[in-house]
Design a protein around this ligand. Sequence first.
Ligand SMILES: O=c1ccn([C@H]2C[C@H](O)[C@@H](COP(=O)(O)OP(=O)(O)OP(=O)(O)O)O2)c(=O)[nH]1
Ligand SMILES: [Mg+2]
Length: 164
Amino acid sequence: MSTQQGLPVRIRLLDDGLEPPSYATEGDAGADLRTAVDVVVAPGERVLVPTGVAIALPDGYAGLVHPRSGLAVRHGLTIVNAPGTIDAGYRGEIKVCLLNTDRTESVHLSRGDRIAQLVIQRVERAVFEIVDELPGSARGTGGFGSTGGFGTIDAQPAVLPAGG
Ligand SMILES: O=c1ccn([C@H]2C[C@H](O)[C@@H](COP(=O)(O)OP(=O)(O)OP(=O)(O)O)O2)c(=O)[nH]1
Ligand SMILES: [Mg+2]
């Protein structure tokens, strides 16, 4: 009898010989995902990396693909669309769009290296109700540094033109 506790999630291992996603230590929020291929990510480049797994999440859940902090700090490796969203209905291979933010050094990854982490969360689906006025709140329309932060906030944040 298994003593493991948690949400049962069906997983297909699409790549024989690759270790399945796993939690590194008890209490971890993210299960580490591995690259199925050797890959070099050049400075400033992005690469879509296969993980060799497909999952079926129960309705009402989503998987969020987060970067790993160690790779971020040591190598500048991040995920372009962090966190990536794995929909409950998605049955394809989970892939990770890695980005090397380092200006000079390439990142060399070997098949089996842990490249990202999958956090599974409950999610709500909204039923959008169109209204003319929103209810008041303490924050109101303040945002984008309205509560203070670095330096002076005298100026309003610039509104950048789309695409510019
Ligand atoms: O980092 C990611 C993000 C997404 N996906 C897969 C699972 C997800 O369910 C599907 C769609 O992702 P998303 O909705 O973010 O992409 P989209 O650009 O909106 O594509 P689509 O039109 O297919 O929804 O792609 C991944 O494998 N890795
Ligand atoms: Mg989508």
